[in-house]
Design a protein around this ligand. Structure first.
Ligand SMILES: Cc1cc2nc3c(=O)[nH]c(=O)nc-3n(C[C@H](O)[C@H](O)[C@H](O)COP(=O)(O)OP(=O)(O)OC[C@H]3O[C@@H](n4cnc5c(N)ncnc54)[C@H](O)[C@@H]3O)c2cc1C
Length: 427
């Protein structure tokens, strides 16, 4: 009887997408022999928790994502440098060309550099993307009171700023848009968040753009000159100016890419038996910067690799949550001005909550300063179930809403806070 040959599944990139893929494959019957190449020293850790590690709220061991008995072979600290799709080989910087029967490119993304002519490498300009980045920043924490500037007031920039603040840096955030986290928050929500963060000691400047960087003779960054003529001195600059997909391996005509490596709903690229997963890929017009879609992609890809039918990947509106301890920010669904909005404002408590309703269904929510009910709202939005019975107490979360529905009144809901201002925006 002829021995069955195992098939080689080669995965390039040992990040979160790969961790989820391996978890999914472990649940399915298959005959793949799996090899993972990753340029980082440690494979498959939870990158989402890096901000908490930076802030000293977690230890590095808390970031593990894979069991010790994971069946894959890992080559860590190895970078894939070129792909030969004809020979079905990946060339690596350890001098080895590795064969595959199926290849998954899961190379993630890198920090997008801001378009400042004078930006160049300096030992006090950092990013927060990897464990090594966090280690490097944590060794600087002895410089208490040193001035740190974070460029970019999106989710990652604010989390990095919180981490640096916790390490003792005097930290300022510069954000080009007038609204912090402008991709998730409306103007008012951004103002509430700004006040909360300023109350925690962060300096925040919105609507500002750096024009140039100044260096000392020894090549260290000294400060930023702004387009409005202002200047900010700093001892440390952290760039949090968005991400760009790592698609270098796809640099060949047969493997189609635009902003990311193009994939279909089964995560197939334009080359047979080559797949792309996570932040390096592009589906239609979508590229990805959150872990929820990457996890869904991994589940779809595992099925595709094991010949199990699935509905395929389809993009949706994934909820976003800020992970600064004690600062609740949650956004899910859409907040279109044409829909009915119910808004709750409690400025003294720093609480701002907005619910958007269309056709008697919750379609969006934005919670600042009080995230109570966030997962319930996300569920209501996802399920699209009618909310007429829950409507009166809806703003105050599941317990109040269902109690109000049972009592047929919202009386209890209205006693929740004396600072309550609830209004229906018809904007
Ligand atoms: C600080 C931080 C906080 C975050 N917080 C959140 C959050 O709160 N919520 C959320 O949803 N998402 C968050 N994210 C985003 C989330 O971590 C990513 O969406 C997720 O990690 C993407 O997984 P991936 O596998 O596509 O890429 P990655 O996890 O980045 O893994 C890609 C891996 O491939 C390696 N690689 C690249 N090129 C090569 C090569 N040529 N050869 C070998 N290896 C290579 C990279 O070094 C990396 O290890 C955060 C990200 C960061 C950096």
């Amino acid at each position: 009887m002829a021995a069955t040959q195992t098939r080689e599944l080669l995965v390039v990139g040992a990040g979160m997408g790969t961790a989820y893929l391996l978890q999914e494959l472990a649940r399915l019957p298959h005959d793949w022999s799996i090899t993972v190449i990753g340029e980082e020293a440690r494979p498959c850790y939870n990158r989402v928790l890096l901000s908490s590690l930076l802030a000293g709220e977690l230890a590095a061991a808390d970031l593990d994502m894979l069991p010790a008995d994971c069946a894959a072979r890992f080559h860590s600290g190895v970078r894939a440098t070129a792909l030969d799709t004809r020979a079905r080989q990946v060339h690596c910087d350890d001098g080895v060309a590795r064969h595959y029967d199926a290849l998954v490119i899961a190379t993630g993304a890198r920090v997008a550099l801001p378009p400042i002519d004078t930006l160049r490498a300096a030992d006090n300009i950092h990013v927060v993307r990897t464990l090594a980045d966090v280690d490097a920043l944590r060794t600087l924490s002895s410089q208490r009171g040193a001035r740190a500037v974070v460029l970019g007031g999106g989710l990652l920039g604010l989390e990095a700023a919180h981490g640096l603040n916790s390490l003792g840096f005097s930290t300022a955030v510069l954000h080009r848009n007038p609204t912090l986290m402008n991709r998730q928050l409306d103007r008012e929500g951004g103002q509430y968040l700004q006040r909360i963060l300023e109350g925690r000691g962060l300096g925040i400047r919105t609507g500002v753009t750096p024009a140039a960087l100044d260096y000392s003779r020894d090549g260290r960054l000294r400060g930023l000159r702004l387009e409005d003529g202002g200047r900010i001195d700093c001892d440390l600059l952290v760039l949090a100016t968005g991400i760009v997909p790592n698609k270098d391996l796809a640099a060949q005509p047969a493997l189609r890419s635009e902003r990311g490596i193009l994939v279909d709903e089964q995560l197939r690229t334009s080359v047979q038996d080559v797949y792309a997963l996570g932040e390096c890929c592009q589906y239609g017009e979508h590229t990805f910067g959150l872990v929820a879609p990457v996890r869904e992609q991994a589940a779809v890809l595992a099925r595709a690799l094991c010949g199990v039918r699935s509905g395929g990947f389809s993009p949706s509106d994934w909820p976003v949550q800020l992970k600064i301890s004690g600062v609740d920010i949650f956004r899910a669904g859409r907040l279109d001005p044409g829909d009915e909005h119910i808004v709750f404002r409690a400025p003294a408590q720093g609480v701002y909550r907005r619910l958007a309703i269309a056709d008697n269904r919750l379609v969006g929510t934005l919670l600042v300063g009080d995230g109570a009910g966030s997962s319930w709202y996300a569920q209501l939005i996802r399920e699209g179930s009618p909310i007429d019975a829950l409507r009166q107490g809806l703003m105050f979360g599941r317990d109040v809403a269902t109690a109000s529905a049972a009592a047929g009144s919202a009386g209890d809901a209205h006693t929740r806070t004396s600072a309550e201002i609830i209004e229906r925006d018809t904007a």
